[in-house]
Design a protein around this ligand. Structure first.
Ligand code: FAQ
Length: 343
């Protein structure tokens, strides 16, 4: 238990642990699961990683909506692989949270009962095929912008999970861009469908980066701990700067009359975000909140037999291993043939 959970002033030993932790963070070293860490650091990581993991698995739903209606076998195969990747990202992230003592059952229960969040973006509907492209380009694009710096997060297992996730996300982003490019170069109706999707996904994508810095309760501490490396507004600006020339190359416009290059700042100025909409979506009043959560709960209930079967299989394997073990041999050193014995 960390010094901040103890009653009264921290003991000398706890002060030394805190000092070692602070020095490791200052030196950009990684904190690993067995290292001492302040309880508040652990809790904040669990909060962020859980929210991230939940976003990945809820985020499968909007695109999965189009798997059966993909316009070609090629597009269908790509989309199925992408949605599967997102399930995999959820697994890496639940695994990272487990190293902090937060079990998957506990976290899923918190998601299903509304005690933990998932990204606001997945509460919007996918109305046309072009939405699959807009999600890839904008939503995966925003996710990468946010997540590349997380590869340098101070907590080792989260940082390492992010390296793998970012590689896959950049592939996702490119497939979305390529899909939109095909539509924007297609018939007038296809181009209009692509433009409509971009119009609907642009503002919610900007909200993915979280509230403005002066309304972000966690940012300052997360940055001091080097969990986050940049503030919400910095990353949002970076994303806008990346997207403007990409939109131009796509032959599509961004739905913001206030977008203007600011020579002095060296960045694109952009219009005001509707933070009331963001707060409403977080409160559960977005267009699809109810649908997303009820589908997630249903999937969990329908998967109960798979979890039971997997647990029964694991128990059977463990019992077999225990039975095969010579008496007195510690577990994990079952009598397997060694290299020498085999050769
Ligand atoms: N939606 O003080 P801050 C993806 C919450 S993955 C919902 O600024 P923080 C891949 C925040 O949790 C997308 N809630 O918080 C994909 C906190 O609530 P709490 C997810 C939001 O943690 C693509 C409160 O507001 N990515 O897209 C949102 O310092 C395509 C105060 O906010 C990640 O999770 C929001 N947009 O910064 C999958 C990346 N923004 O916990 C499928 C990792 C804020 O007190 C298809 N996470 N909140 O109840 C992060 O980088 C950070 O957690 C932020 C928020 C930047 C999201």
């Amino acid at each position: 238990m960390g010094a901040d959970a103890a009653e009264g002033p921290p003991s000398g030993a706890e002060q030394a642990l805190q000092a070692a932790f602070d020095a490791a963070v200052a030196a950009d070293e990684r904190i690993e699961p067995r290292d001492w860490m302040p309880e508040a650091y652990r809790a904040s990581l669990v909060r962020q990683i859980a929210q991230h993991a939940h976003s990945e698995i809820i985020g499968m739903q909007p695109e999965a909506n189009w798997i059966t209606r993909a316009p070609s076998l090629r597009r269908k195969a790509i989309l199925m692989a992408k949605v599967q990747d997102e399930a995999g990202h959820g697994l890496y992230l639940y695994g990272a949270a487990e190293t902090l003592g937060a079990g998957r059952d506990e976290l899923l229960d918190k998601l299903h009962t509304g005690r933990q969040k998932y990204s606001s973006i997945f509460n919007y509907p996918t109305l046309t095929w072009a939405d699959v492209g807009a999600i890839g380009w904008l939503v995966d694009g925003a996710a990468i912008t946010n997540q590349v710096p997380l590869c340098r997060c101070s907590y080792g297992p989260y940082a390492r999970a992010m390296v793998r996730i970012c590689k896959e996300e950049s592939f996702h982003q490119r497939q979305g861009y390529e899909l939109l490019l095909a539509l924007s170069r297609g018939t007038e109706a296809q181009r209009a469908m692509a433009q409509d999707a971009v119009n609907r996904w642009w503002w919610p994508s900007l909200m993915m980066f979280g509230p403005p810095d002066d309304e972000s309760p966690h940012s300052a501490r997360s940055m001091a701990w080097k969990i986050k490396r940049h503030s919400n507004d910095e990353l949002r600006q970076r994303f806008v700067d990346i997207c403007v020339p990409q939109a131009e190359a796509l032959g599509l416009t961004l739905p913001d009359p206030d977008l203007r290059w600011n020579e002095e700042r060296g960045h694109w100025d952009f219009g005001a975000i509707d933070w009331q909409e963001f707060r409403d979506v977080l409160k559960g009043n977005g267009p699809c909140n109810e649908q997303r959560l009820s589908q997630r709960r249903r999937a969990h209930e329908n998967g109960a037999w798979v979890r039971e079967a997997a647990a029964a299989h694991a128990a059977k394997q463990a019992a077999r291993r225990a039975a095969a073990q010579p008496p007195g041999q510690p577990s994990g050193q079952a009598a397997r043939p060694t290299e020498t014995a085999r050769s």
